[in-house]
Design a protein around this ligand. Structure first.
Ligand SMILES: Cc1cc2nc3c(=O)[nH]c(=O)nc-3n(C[C@H](O)[C@H](O)[C@H](O)COP(=O)(O)OP(=O)(O)OC[C@H]3O[C@@H](n4cnc5c(N)ncnc54)[C@H](O)[C@@H]3O)c2cc1C
Length: 296
């Protein structure tokens, strides 16, 4: 059952300790992100670009699927009124573009319709605003196998495009996108020459779990590699088909929940930290529990 226990000062302080574990912080640089531009890329997609503080090289930020954790200056509603609770809210985004020389990093952020810390911040963010950022966190790329199938909703298209434009393309490759047409058109444009090797399929719009529905209708050969990211319950169904019906090798299945309908990322983070703490207490690594197996 998902954990509905109330947040208390003690519980939050306890979980902040897990965040400080060396394994959790490995490879992460703490820096600031100074906003240099904010603009629409598509009707529901905003690009926020900013410069990264410091003088260290940003070469590692330019990899194929790099995530960063932005601390937006809005408190999570779950923490309101709790002594010692964080007053900012950490949210994870993919590096959609990097200019190493000018130290500029671009994030493409979905403007969804729910009230949330990130959406409140986006509503008032201005050039010159400074927010803490932690990164670069390399996120997973497709595993071995052909054909290579990627499935992404709006939140994961920036990651899919970085993967498809930064990794060698081993034809044939299929990208299944569950996003508005203007975002898919944009993604196709970003593929550039690689467009010749990638078949882009549009998932049926306006249905529940569009990626899982599209995937259920696909013929998937035994040697395929499947990478999927997006709404947690939808991609969990994709993982289930890969494991149980298609029996693909574990390393060829790379499936990640980027958000969960009806649940804030604050609650997801708390569940992840509790799983990490349980894992550490059992003498295993911080990240020993498969994220999609955590009860959220
Ligand atoms: C590795 C990784 C990379 C990511 N990259 C990106 C990226 O490049 N661009 C991007 O936009 N997102 C990305 N995400 C997803 C993003 O972190 C979440 O969508 C996050 O929850 C947004 O925070 P919030 O404060 O807006 O909403 P929350 O406070 O987390 O949620 C509030 C409500 O909004 C809903 N909600 C949250 N996100 C969405 C969404 N995308 N669509 C519809 N409803 C939503 C929730 O279901 C909830 O009901 C990534 C996530 C991960 C783990």
């Amino acid at each position: 059952m998902p954990d509905e226990a109330p947040f208390t000062a003690d519980r939050i302080a306890d979980l902040m300790e897990v965040l400080r574990a060396p394994e959790h912080r490995a490879g992460l640089e703490e820096a600031t992100f100074t906003v240099v531009s904010v603009g629409d890329r598509a009707a529901g997609l905003l690009r926020v670009s900013g410069t990264i503080s410091g003088t260290h090289s940003l070469r590692d930020w330019a990899g194929p699927n790099i995530a960063v954790r932005l601390s937006v200056p809005e408190q999570s509603v779950e923490f309101a009124g709790i002594d010692g609770a964080p007053e900012t809210t950490a949210r994870v985004y993919t590096v959609a573009g990097v200019d190493i020389e000018s130290r500029t990093v671009a994030l493409d952020i979905v403007r969804h319709r729910e009230s949330s810390p990130a959406m409140r911040w986006l509503g008032r963010v201005r050039t010159g605003d400074v927010v803490p950022i932690a990164g670069p966190r390399p996120h997973r790329v497709p595993g071995p196998g052909l054909p290579r199938i990627l499935l992404a909703d709006s939140s994961a298209l920036p990651a899919a495009i970085r993967i498809l434009t930064r990794l060698p393309i081993e034809a044939p490759t299929v990208l299944v996108a569950a996003a508005p047409d203007d975002e898919i058109d944009l993604a196709e444009g970003e593929l550039g020459d690689r467009r010749d090797y990638v078949t882009v399929q549009r998932a049926e719009p306006g249905i529940d779990r569009p990626l899982a529905t599209a995937f259920a209708g696909m013929k998937v050969p035994a040697g395929a590699s499947v990478w999927a990211a997006g709404e947690r319950e939808g991609v969990r169904e994709i993982r289930r088909r890969c494991r149980d019906d298609l029996v693909l090798p574990a390393d060829s299945i790379r499936v990640f929940g980027y958000w969960k309908r009806g649940t804030s990322n604050t609650r997801i983070d708390v569940a992840r930290l509790e799983a990490a703490r349980a894992s550490m207490e059992a003498g295993r690594g911080v990240f020993a529990t498969d994220d999609l197996d955590i009860e959220i």
